[in-house]
Write a protein of this length. Structure first.
Length: 304
């Protein structure tokens, strides 16, 4: 996918007269068939010598190598020595750019599942796991595969203006600009212990998220003092009762946005987040999107 979108998007960019605005060439460490994770190979007819003289070099993800041995092989050195005016990556291709020394001291991103490993391997990079792409001028990085679409459209927009990028987006049937960052796509389950002395209180709280839930009330349901309850709750869940409630309320709000047509104020009320204004602030702060934008992205199909 991350290889195909480069050809799809840059290949469709046209001038007002209909002339192609980019020439896209695919190269590999060794010309010929390149094995993929699918049941077909990619035929790359060009070698790394094609990088010399390129205006832009774009490194897509290669999951076998990027995270385990990103500095091995000839690709990182060839990318660094290409002399290209602009170098970019899609998904875990950022590991290759970092191994080539191109991201040191720069802001960058990669797929949210890989940010922990990336931070450990390249502490000198200013990793931003919340964004869909990071633009540092001559070096750009994107998050997961689909975020490569956002990055490519951004590069086209930067090169040739919003009208050209919008035309490419329209032909591809994707939005010319997506709101928010990759935080909205990160799975955030709250782990529950198998055996817990505070489980009954949590179960009750989940059934009453739409009302004010006090710490003393939760502790009383387990016949504990507030101090003992708070200590055991943190030991068993890894967070304080107030943090757990805030997380659960946000999860309930997201579930209601995804699965119902309730107005935003009713979603906020039923999830215990108060007002529509409060919900909007929470979503904007935590996910970088509005409730309507989140719903438009994740709302499941309506029943016929």
């Amino acid at each position: 996918m991350e290889l195909g979108i480069v050809h799809q998007l840059f290949g469709q960019a046209r001038s007002a007269a209909g002339a192609p605005l980019y020439e896209v060439v695919t190269c590999a460490a060794e010309p010929g068939p390149v094995r993929t994770s699918a049941d077909f190979a990619v035929m790359a007819e060009h070698g790394l010598e094609s990088l010399r003289g390129a205006g832009t070099v774009l490194v897509p993800a290669s999951h076998e190598l990027d995270e385990s041995r990103p500095g091995e092989g000839p690709v990182p050195a060839a990318v660094a020595a290409s002399g290209a005016e602009r170098i970019a990556s899609i998904c875990t291709g950022a590991f290759v750019l970092a191994a080539a020394g191109l991201l040191e001291g720069r802001r960058a991103t990669t797929h949210w599942l890989s940010t922990g490993r990336f931070a450990e391997m390249f502490p000198g990079v200013r990793l931003d796991p919340s964004v869909l792409y990071a633009d540092e001028g001559a070096v750009l990085t994107s998050a997961g595969e689909a975020a490569g679409i956002d990055l490519c459209l951004h590069m086209i927009r930067r090169d040739h203006g919003a009208a050209v990028a919008a035309d490419v987006a329209r032909r591809t049937v994707v939005p010319p600009h997506r709101e928010g960052g990759q935080a909205q796509f990160v799975a955030r389950p709250v782990a529950e212990p198998r055996v817990s002395s505070t489980a009954a209180a949590r179960t009750w709280a989940l059934e009453h998220l739409d009302r004010r839930v006090g710490l003393a009330e939760l502790a009383a349901r387990e016949s504990m003092s507030v101090r003992t309850f708070t200590r055991r709750f943190r030991e068993e869940s890894g967070m304080s009762p107030s943090q757990w409630l805030a997380r659960r309320r946000m999860e309930r709000a997201l579930q209601l946005l995804e699965e119902t047509d309730l107005p935003v104020d009713r979603v906020a009320e039923r999830s215990g987040l108060g007002s529509a204004a409060s919900l909007r602030v929470r979503l904007r702060t935590e996910l970088g999107v509005s409730p309507s934008a989140y719903r438009a992205t994740f709302r499941g199909p309506r029943a016929p």
